[in-house]
Write a protein that binds this ligand. Structure first.
Ligand code: AMP
Length: 194
């Protein structure tokens, strides 16, 4: 592993359907790992809130639950992973979301002579996901947008599971537990004891 000790050098991805709690879990474990949690959803929502050129371009796409195109996301990730705080590891939440994005991520890391260490898949039965999503929905989320997000995950993101399993870096976690239990399982995976 390039640079730092095993934990602080960790380069990992949280994978899971909308409503699986991966954002919450990424935030919690990052505080303990000492690497930044990088959420592309947060970055894009911030761009919309700022009214930046990127924000204006992606607003409607975010509202619909569809995915922003891979080329735009490649620019976003290139820039974010070049930042100082990402040089000694990171935990990605919400990227990659397509096979094309997975290739882009590999290419960005290869240029830095690095590879991905681990992909953590948080598994939750689909009917629970819909219920959770309805409970936490943002003001403008409709039931259609929520089920559209699930469909987009099934069709475009779920194929990443096989890719990373074949690569031998996929670890699955049962996400149908309390936040604390899921966090404890993730901490075990990353070897965080305290
Ligand atoms: P999230 O908070 O991760 O659910 O992301 C919210 C929305 O941002 C998604 O529904 C997409 O429209 C967009 N988004 C976030 N990450 C990506 C990504 N890696 N690729 C394409 N679109 C994304």
């Amino acid at each position: 592993m390039a640079g730092g000790d095993a934990m602080s050098g960790l380069r990992a991805v949280m994978l899971g359907p909308p409503g699986s709690g991966k954002g919450t879990q990424a935030e919690l474990i990052c505080g303990r790992l000492g690497v930044p949690a990088i959420s592309t959803g947060e970055m894009l929502r911030q761009a919309v809130a700022d009214g930046s050129a990127l924000g204006l371009r992606v607003k409607e796409i975010l509202d619909s639950g569809a995915l922003v195109d891979d080329a735009t996301m490649a620019d976003v990730m290139e820039q974010r992973l070049a930042a100082e705080d990402a040089q000694n590891g990171f935990l990605l939440d919400g990227y990659p979301r397509t096979l094309g994005q997975a290739e882009t991520l590999d290419a960005i890391l290869a240029r830095q002579a690095r590879t991905l260490d681990m992909v953590v898949l948080i598994e939750v039965p689909e009917e629970k996901l819909i219920r959770r999503a309805l409970a936490r929905q943002r003001a403008d989320d409709t039931r259609e947008v929520i089920s559209n997000r699930q469909r987009v995950y099934r069709e475009q993101t779920a194929p990443l599971i096989d890719r990373y399993r074949t690569q031998g870096i996929l670890e699955s976690i049962d996400g149908d537990q309390t936040i604390e239990q899921v966090q404890a399982d993730i901490a075990d995976l990353f070897g965080v004891t305290a």
